[in-house]
Structures are given as C-alpha cells and as structure tokens.
Design a protein around this ligand. Structure first.
Ligand code: GDP
Ligand code: MG
Length: 161
C-alpha cells in the first residue's frame, strides 16, 4: 500500500529545532546538541543564522496579535540563532520531551528549558510542535541542498525495527 511505499522511499520523520539568541550567547550550543545526539537522533542540517524580521514573522505567524508577539520578534531577531533539522522515529514528540514545557519555571529538571531557563521570553530553544509544523518550518529555514541524508546509519543501534 501507499503508506508502506512512501515510508520506504521517504526519509524518517524530521523536526525543526533552533537554539534561540539567549542560548547561543550563553554558549549552550554544544550542551544542547549533545543531548539530541545522545538521545539517538540524527542531525541532517544546521547553521548559525540571524533571522530577518520577515523570517521571524513567518515562523511565529500563529502568535500574531498576542501581547508577547512584538517582543518575541525583537528577541528572536536580536542575534544569531542555531537552526537545526533532526531526524528519527517520532522525532517531533521526542524533541519536545527533551526541550520541556514553554515556561522554564514549570518545565521539569532534566529538560533543556527546565535546566537552563527562568523566563518564558528567554526559554533557550524552539522545537516544532507537530509533523505539519515541522515540515512548514524546515522549508522556511532551510533549502533542500542544506539537508543531508547521511551515510551514518545508527538506526539499527537505536530502533528495534
Ligand atoms: P513553544 O511551542 O513551547 O515554544 O511555545 P508557543 O508556541 O506557545 O510560544 C512560542 C514562543 O513564544 C515561546 O517559546 C516563548 O518564547 C514565547 N512565549 C509564549 N508565551 C509567552 C508569554 O506568555 N510571554 C512571553 N514573554 N513569551 C511567550
Ligand atoms: Mg510553538
């Protein structure tokens, strides 16, 4: 059936993750990337980029009109962001688990936001909230030739099937 063939032909699930300007300034890139790597996820693209206002507006379109929207755009465009695409089984939800809750104060310890942040407006990291958001955000931030389907095959050491 189609689902089986699409899965065979296509890559694994992908998600968009970005270390926000606070995380980059605070030298947390290495620590955060290490957590994703150790979890068994596969990095398929990354770059340091200071997003334009236009890119930030598109990325956070769903929040337009909310009280924190303008401040959020000011913040996310205020310095370099470390943008990444990660691949793996159920990578969208796995990444959100690694990241934790939106408000760092409420986010459990051993999550990235729980460990590194205090304020909701400085919560260190972004991760797509669904497979659909991930596809939209990956397209927004990366061109196809920036994403590598690498020959590093760790799947059999991570997944049973
Ligand atoms: P996320 O998916 O967990 O990042 O959360 P949302 O999609 O709801 O919000 C996007 C981003 O906007 C969050 O990561 C926060 O940085 C910021 N944000 C959300 N809610 C608030 C808020 O109430 N106040 C402020 N200052 N920022 C917020
Ligand atoms: Mg969100």
């Amino acid at each position: 059936n189609q689902q089986c063939c699409e899965k065979d032909l296509d890559t694994e699930e992908r998600t968009f993750v970005a270390i926000k300007p606070d995380g980059v300034q605070r030298k947390l890139i290495g620590e955060i990337v290490a957590r994703f790597e150790k979890k068994g996820l596969k990095l398929v693209g990354c770059k340091l980029i200071q997003p334009s206002r236009k890119l930030a507006e598109k990325h956070y379109a769903e929040h337009k009109g909310k009280p924190f929207y303008e401040g959020l755009l000011d913040f996310i465009t205020s310095g370099p962001v470390f943008a990444m695409v990660w691949e793996g089984k159920e990578v969208v939800s796995t990444s959100r688990s690694l990241i934790g809750l939106t408000d760092p104060k409420k986010s459990p310890m051993n999550t990235i936001r729980g460990d590194f942040g205090i304020d909701v407006g400085r919560n260190t990291i972004h991760g797509s909230d669904s497979v659909e958001s991930a596809q939209r955000e990956i397209k927004l931030w990366f061109s196809k030739n920036e994403l590598i389907t690498s020959s590093i095959t760790i799947e059999k050491w991570i997944n049973e099937d």
